[in-house]
Write a protein that binds this ligand. Structure first.
Ligand SMILES: [Zn+2]
Length: 396
């Protein structure tokens, strides 16, 4: 629906003006015929019937080839249907008209820029959006378009420049994006060994977004590389407290910290994280730690408690595997069940975008689907519908 609203923007913004202006030129019979047709087209758009809307606007365009708004609507509709060549032709013809007002030129140039983006002609889109920014026409949307282009090209300093510019002229909060661009630049600096610059970018990230989990994780990794596992462990702990849903992503780094510090007993601290925010990767790590430190029976009790509250395949697989190990043998049924669980587990996502539902095995800081930053988090286990009944059965 939002996409549709954006599509309607150039049409709706000018529709009142359109009716007023055209009405002055039309005869009363033309007025009776065309104004309702225009609104019928709008109505089709609102009812998400783009094919019918195209028919109406095409008819209107034939009746009056001068109408800018009709052509804007048609161009947007063709682009929405994936007919980008037709959209480009319509918008190019519009832009070539000398009679356009400044605001109409802004709309048409922006729409042409969107066409170019869809066609993969980023250099042309970029130059149009830059032109709009300089002319202060459609400035915010053009800056957003430039950010999209630079993100796709991984031009992080330019993303940062555009986002800061956009933030200055709009009410849009962009601190999350700006912090992520600093983190991207910090990672690039780390790859090329520029640790001072990396550190500066991470400080900048935290100054614009104090809750930037990624910046703290990168700082912890830098401390580990520098050989300061103690500071790294403190930083990881701070990250866990502020963003427990990112724990699966930082678990390997944290365990490596503890290994370097020579810590043998880790189950207690893992348990405190687990109490804060249980997740399948943490459950697996904790069950292993409990088995190492307290024995297989304690690990079995932990897993049974966990499964009484969470419908989780990873937990079921680990419990079955431990039971088979404890018996030191496997019945054919157990082996088949283990195989089924493992196969289903391999298909399960570890992370999911909170905004669009995109599923991934690895953590992405920017969702590959909806392009949001920081919206992908570790998948949480499903809660059991009636944990009390299960626990009761276990006791009896
Ligand atoms: Zn998404």
């Amino acid at each position: 629906m939002m996409e549709l609203l954006f599509l309607l923007l150039p049409v709706a913004a000018a529709s009142g003006w359109w009716i007023a202006r055209r009405s002055a030129k039309w005869s009363s019979s033309e007025r009776c015929e065309r104004a309702p047709t225009f609104f019928r087209g709008l109505n089709y758009l609102l009812n998400e019937q783009p094919d019918k809307a195209i028919d109406v606007f095409l008819k209107l365009a034939e009746m009056d080839s001068e109408t800018v708004e009709t052509h804007l609507a048609l161009g947007s509709l063709f682009r929405r249907r994936g007919e980008v060549d037709r959209a480009i032709r319509i918008h190019q013809n519009l832009v070539a008209r000398q009679s356009l007002s400044l605001s109409q030129r802004g709309f048409a140039l922006y729409e042409l820029g969107r066409d170019y983006m869809l066609a993969g002609l980023f250099d042309r889109a970029e130059s149009l959006f830059n032109e709009l920014v300089e002319m202060e026409l459609q400035q915010q949307r053009a800056l957003r378009g430039l950010i999209e282009i630079y993100q796709a090209e991984k031009e992080w300093p330019r993303c940062l420049e555009m986002a800061e510019r956009l933030q200055r002229i709009s009410d849009e909060p962009l601190s999350t994006e700006i912090a992520q661009y600093h983190c991207e630049m910090a990672e690039e600096c780390l790859r090329t060994g520029e640790t001072d610059s990396a550190r500066a970018h991470l400080l900048d990230a935290q100054s614009v977004d104090a809750d930037c989990i990624r910046a703290s994780m990168l700082q912890a990794q830098m401390e580990m590389t520098a050989g300061d596992a103690e500071t790294a462990a403190l930083l990881y702990r701070r990250v866990v407290e502020r963003g427990p849903r990112y724990l699966p992503a930082m678990l390997p780094g944290l365990l490596e910290c503890w290994r370097r510090l020579g810590r043998k007993q880790v189950a207690g601290e893992l348990q405190s994280f687990f109490d804060m925010h249980p997740s399948p990767p943490l459950m697996l790590e904790l069950s292993e730690a409990i088995e190492r430190e307290q024995g297989i029976d304690a690990a079995l009790v932990f897993l049974e408690d966990y499964l009484c509250e969470h419908a989780d395949l990873a937990g079921a697989e680990r419990l079955l595997e431990l039971r088979m190990r404890l018996r030191n043998s496997a019945g054919q049924g157990d082996a088949i069940l283990l195989q089924v669980l493992r196969q289903l587990l391999a298909l399960q996502p570890v992370h999911q975008c909170e905004h669009c539902g995109f599923e991934a095995r690895a953590l992405h800081w920017q969702c590959p689907s909806c392009k949001r930053w920081g919206s992908i988090k570790a998948v949480e286990p499903y809660p059991i519908a009636n944990p009390a009944v299960l626990k009761q059965r276990r006791i009896s």
